[in-house]
Design a protein around this ligand. Structure first.
Ligand code: BDP
Length: 723
């Protein structure tokens, strides 16, 4: 009997140890890039341990107490031991954090000139000797600067940066760095692929889901300082007292992390929830309603950021319903929030079925209004003229609005990149958008310089990312989806960072430092965007998606209520060739660009091939740089896209065993789906375009296993189409 019990005990112990080991290896991705496991590299660990024996921090504000929490949590994890925290300097090598007013030690260092250069949100990280001891100092002008500096310091440790000669002076280049949540009040998320909304409206304001704090930590770690809580296709009820109170709780949680809350506002709210007869912006009662509404919100949320508005676009109401301009509409909301220091982000994403070329519409609508918007309005412009496609030329509004604050909107959620199923790192896309040269004031007038205000000295500058977060345990569905959230935040802070550099940081912080893992993972990330372009929309094709869900291919779509919702509108394939002529012989959309940009796209022969079919209707037998005809090149690119995914799979297979099994297996399985989907895209598009080119798929390529009819059917029956 006793023997039996002993045996049971033994088995139980083995089981528990087994569980412990499992837990050490398994990783559900919840901690994002804020994983604070002990540093494995002995030399690095030793250096950090001896440099940081004490933390000196006086947490006399909510924000500094968050900095304290994070830094002690981070250091005890990374260094594998608790580091004592004091408010006064002691005779030990310390990490000193604060502002000249919260920290005597920092005040004594005479950093005021250097601090001036980093402004309200920036920070310095330096080494200083005080009384014969070497100290590390994180200094800022404000508490939130010190918080950002603390997160950055943890990033330096997590990426194994040598602290001997550390000297960082960092400040954000853009003022408003904002996530846009397309979250509905019923917790569905428009174009959200990582589960339901993070905001549990039902239990707010009473219940504080710990996720709210972790969300704030993740954003603050990147310097994201604003969040629009609800969908741009806005439910007017967001502006009722009930929801204001719920949002107040979120604002209270986010505030110490430097994050302001914004609402998407429905332009018909005065009627829908205010009981007025009209929402005409020139009606004095309507104007008063918006003022009262703003006062009511600010009573609850004193640092409320302001409104985001999608007006007269895709069925949303707006000032044009009353014959008023976008400027007249935006200004009324702007006047309401102005006394409280709020802003209005007014979207430029408009298009109507009447226009011959959707490309032209944002520009045609808004350029005549330049200078007519109030100073606290920012026009929010998507990176490209159509709609977050895998590759777009830059939106011609960038550089065309010297008198109107203009901000950039990027899509983080992968609506057009395979949702949370495909691996697609947006680094190369965002950088392409930021570095595009508008030539507005001669060479070097990049989109980045437009939006950081250096080109036209805007009153307000901003950047928005349509969030990819949801209730999934790992926040973004695909483990690599996290990298796009991270990337957005890092580039919002400093758009000069490279896509590769950010990928490198993210991998090291999220996985590990083993070069056998880091290098292949980085290669996969860096090639993933172009792969996605190739198997969906190569050579400047665009919007070949199945209508509605935007997951799979449906280049044949032609019969819809609006021509600009069909695929044939965009590719214009016929027996002669394929592509949208936007030169003088066509819609002449290129006239919206400066002459230097126009010249790049003007002639079929000179247009960079990745943009060719954006601007030209090109004959099937046109000779490409490779020597292939257009048809052969198109086929080649589609096949290359599939090959790219196979290369990604091989590289991923090479890292098996180098990270936890949980995330390894997850990514491996998702890549399998990605390969299948890439084949689906390729076959559907090649077979369909073949009906116009009337040419065979050249020898040497694997033959599509199904007929065009099969793929047309698949559009309707694929599981994605059914939810
Ligand atoms: C499109 C999305 C749609 C959004 C729209 C927008 O398909 O769901 O409402 O963008 O940005 O790409 O308003």
């Amino acid at each position: 009997m006793i023997l039996k019990m002993k045996r049971h005990l033994f088995l139980l112990t083995v089981f528990l140890i087994g569980l412990g080991i499992q837990q050490a290896y398994a990783d559900d991705g919840y901690r994002l890039w804020l994983r604070y496991d002990q540093i494995a590299d002995k030399a690095v660990l030793q250096q950090y341990r001896s440099a940081i024996q004490r933390i000196v921090l006086n947490d006399n504000s909510e924000t500094l107490s968050k900095a304290k929490q994070e830094i002690s949590r981070g250091l005890s994890g990374l260094l594998g031991k608790a580091i004592p925290i004091t408010t006064k300097l002691v005779n030990r090598s310390s990490l000193i954090i604060g502002t000249p007013s919260s920290s005597d030690a920092i005040a004594s260092l005479n950093l005021s000139n250097k601090l001036k250069s980093v402004g309200d949100e920036g920070f310095l990280i330096e080494r200083h000797q005080i009384n014969g001891n070497n100290h590390l100092v994180i200094a800022a002008n404000t508490d939130v600067g010190a918080l950002y500096g603390s997160f950055h310091f943890l990033r330096l440790l997590k990426t194994h940066t040598d602290l001997q000669k550390i000297s960082v002076a960092s400040a954000p280049k853009i003022q408003h760095r904002v996530l846009n949540h397309w979250d509905n009040l019923d917790r569905t998320v428009e174009r959200g692929y990582a589960g339901i909304s993070l905001w549990e409206w039902k239990t707010l304001p009473e219940y504080e889901d710990p996720r709210y704090t972790d969300y704030a930590r993740a954003n603050a770690s990147l310097g994201i300082n604003g969040t629009v809580l609800n969908n741009v296709n806005a439910d007017p009820r967001m502006l009722t007292e009930q929801y204001i109170k719920k949002a107040t709780k979120l604002a209270d949680i986010f505030r110490p992390y430097g994050i302001k809350v914004y609402f998407s506002a429905n332009f018909f709210a005065p009627e829908r929830v205010g009981g007025l007869e009209t929402s005409d912006p020139l009606d004095p009662e309507v104007q008063q309603w918006w003022k009262d509404k703003a006062d009511q919100i600010y009573k609850h949320i004193p640092d409320f950021g302001g409104f985001l508005v999608k007006a007269n676009s895709e069925g949303q109401p707006g000032p044009q319903n009353y014959g008023r301009t976008h400027a007249e509409g935006a200004n009324i909301l702007a006047e309401a929030v102005a006394p409280h220091g709020g802003i209005v982000m007014w979207r430029a994403f408009v298009y109507s079925p009447e226009q011959e070329d959707r490309f032209r519409e944002g520009y045609d609508e808004f350029v005549p209004l330049d200078g007519k918007f109030h100073d606290n309005v920012i026009l929010q412009v998507k990176n490209g003229p159509i709609d977050f496609q895998p590759r777009e030329p830059f939106h011609p509004l960038f550089g065309a609005l010297p008198e109107t604050n203009t901000m950039l909107e990027l899509q983080v959620t992968q609506e057009y990149f395979g949702f949370s199923t495909h691996l697609a790192y947006m680094g190369p896309l965002y950088k392409e958008a930021l570095e595009a040269d508008t030539y507005a004031k001669g060479e070097g007038s990049t989109v980045a310089k437009v939006i950081d205000g250096s080109l036209f000295e805007y009153e307000h500058t901003g950047i928005a990312g349509v969030a990819n977060t949801g209730r999934d345990r790992n926040w973004t569905g695909h483990p690599f989806g996290q990298s796009n959230w991270y990337l957005f935040g890092r580039l919002a802070w400093d758009h000069t960072l490279t896509a590769e550099g950010v990928a490198d940081e993210w991998i090291r912080m999220t996985f590990n430092h083993n070069p056998d893992f880091v290098e292949p993972a980085k290669e996969i990330m860096m090639m993933s965007r172009e792969a996605g372009v190739r198997y969906r929309n190569p050579l400047g094709l665009t919007h070949l998606y199945a209508q509605g869900h935007h997951y799979g291919p449906a280049p044949w779509t032609s019969d819809l209520p609006r021509p600009d919702w069909t695929a044939v509108y965009y590719h214009k394939a016929d027996s002669e060739g394929i592509g949208f002529d936007r030169t003088e012989t066509g819609s002449n959309a290129i006239e919206q660009y400066q002459p230097e940009v126009r010249e790049r796209f003007d002639e079929m022969e000179d247009t960079p091939e990745e943009y060719l079919l954006w601007f030209h209707h090109v004959p099937w037998d046109f000779e490409m740089n490779s020597g292939r005809t257009l048809w052969e090149e198109l086929v080649h690119r589609y096949y290359q896209g599939v090959e790219d995914v196979r290369v990604m799979q091989k590289k991923w297979a090479s890292v098996e065993g180098l990270i936890d099994e949980e995330r390894y297996n997850h990514v491996e399985a998702l890549l399998e789906i990605q390969e299948e989907d890439a084949i689906w895209w390729r076959n559907a598009c090649v077979l369909y375009f073949q009906t116009f080119s009337n040419q065979p798929i050249p020898n040497g390529y694997e033959k599509p296993e199904h007929s065009l009819e099969y793929y047309k059917e698949l559009e309707k029956t694929h599981h994605i189409a059914r939810f």
